[in-house]
Design a protein around this ligand. Structure first.
Ligand SMILES: *Cc1c(COP(=O)(O)O)cnc(C)c1O
Length: 428
């Protein structure tokens, strides 16, 4: 397959957009080459500017769980657009989607809509700090909570030391309030809590990690975080921007029957439009302005087009009682197929999956945290990625990403993918 026009479009973009992209993960920095420019998408397929059709396993990094250009979502947006695209005033639609979200997700009374997952997590942390009157937070290495300053913290020099910012522009003052722990490592968390008694406002976690590959929590991890938080007056924040409305109707809280204090949403909740949200029980949410002292606002928050898309999406997920099982079945089928062909070709690998999330790591040992995720062989991944691209299959251009299975994928698509992986892995 040729990607000539994409290359040209990328060269044009680079002149006026930093790195040619509006979000760094879209660039092909980790794999080499130039990004594919999309013209349109429908169902499980992307159609690019060179006229290629690609089977899509990124799905806009999560939102398109029902496939691209899902008809009820598209129709809802078209109908709403005719009535005006933004008012900066309340609409009935906002109450409808809020009520549906509150009904679908366990343990939340109220929800506020914002414009991205970043905004949701940033606001959730501010709310937690305001509510507990404490400053520090614990986050886990390799968990992504958007690009606000407090979260751009990676490895400090040890578990108890303060994190150091991993982006210039994040001040040392901000970084010192973010404590870093290893995913799936409870001892690490206990030590941090002990060393910062009565200072920690919140623990924020991806309850199933999806931004270092797909890493489910080990047994007892989330349960113990819940207990530690309750015992120490710390709020537990589940960042379900990736997992919310994906792993179950009510997200990971429902899946593992564990209650968080604040839950963040994004991606699926907007049906492909820019939407984020955060939610909690009333006692916490009433701390927000205009009821309470914690300020949070947005000119385009609750935008009618975005709410219409989100509502159509959530209604479909709410009414289709079999969707999550169907997605999990397809994922398991794909995982089993990949497992078989990679073994047959003597490739060293690990596959992680849960629900409609799957990741393939080119390393033999279990992938349970950032350190083990980083063990994967990147040279093999590059060959894998470009090989699949030539086969007309699009996975994320980074070995650290989860693939997303959509309802639009057919078993024929999955079989084609497995056979393509068989061909590509013979060239490693
Ligand atoms: C994508 C993501 C975010 C950030 O959401 P944006 O809409 O990109 O700002 C936050 N948390 C998690 C878990 C995510 O996967």
């Amino acid at each position: 397959m040729l990607y000539q026009r994409s290359s040209q479009l990328f060269a044009d973009a680079e002149k006026v957009i930093p790195g040619g992209v509006n979000s760094p993960v879209r660039a092909f920095k980790a794999v080499g080459g130039t990004p594919i420019f999309v013209k349109s998408a429908k169902g499980a397929y992307l159609y690019d500017e060179d006229g290629n059709r690609l089977i899509d396993y990124i799905n806009s990094w999560g939102p398109m769980i029902l496939g691209h250009a899902f008809e009820p979502v598209v129709q809802a947006v078209i109908e709403k657009a005719k009535l005006g695209t933004s008012f900066g005033m309340p609409t009935e639609l906002e109450t409808k989607i809020a009520a549906l979200a509150v009904a679908m997700v366990p343990n939340i009374d109220k929800i506020r809509f914002v414009n991205s997952g970043t905004e949701a997590c940033m606001s959730a942390i501010r709310l937690a700090r305001g509510f507990t009157k404490r400053d520090k937070i614990i986050k886990f290495a390799g968990c992504y909570h958007g690009h606000s300053d407090s979260f751009l913290i990676q490895a400090g020099s040890g578990a108890i030391t303060f994190g150091s910012p991993n982006s210039p522009g994040v001040t040392a003052g901000t970084a010192k309030d973010t404590l870093l722990a290893n995913y799936n490592d409870l001892e690490n968390v206990k030590t941090l809590i002990e060393a910062n008694k009565n200072e920690i406002a919140a623990i924020i976690v991806e309850p199933v990690a999806g931004n270092m590959g797909c890493i489910p929590p080990v047994k007892g991890f989330l349960e113990c975080l819940r207990t530690l938080c309750t015992e120490n007056g710390i709020l537990l924040i589940f960042d379900e921007v990736m997992t919310g409305f994906r792993l179950a109707k009510g997200g990971v809280q429902e899946l593992f029957n564990i209650n968080a204090d604040i839950v963040c949403f994004g991606k699926v909740i907007g049906g492909g439009l820019p939407v984020g949200a955060f939610a909690a029980r009333a006692e916490i949410m009433n701390y927000l302005a205009p009821l309470g002292p914690v300020y949070q606002a947005g000119t385009l928050s609750g935008n009618p087009l975005a709410m219409a898309a989100g509502l159509a999406m959530l209604q479909t997920l709410n009414e289709d009682t079999e969707i999550f099982q169907r997605l999990a079945d397809k994922t398991a089928y794909l995982a089993a197929g990949i497992d078989k062909v990679l073994k047959a070709n003597n490739v060293v690998f690990t596959i992680n999956t849960i629900g409609s999330m799957i990741s393939v790591h080119f390393d033999a040992s279990p992938v349970v945290d950032l350190k083990t995720a980083a063990n994967g062989d990147n040279e093999t991944f590059k060959k894998f990625f470009h090989g699949l691209l030539q086969e007309g299959i699009y996975i994320a251009p980074s070995a650290y990403e989860t693939w997303f299975i959509t309802d639009a994928l057919t078993y024929k698509d999955l079989d084609f993918t497995i056979q393509a992986i068989n061909r590509v892995s013979k060239t490693f």
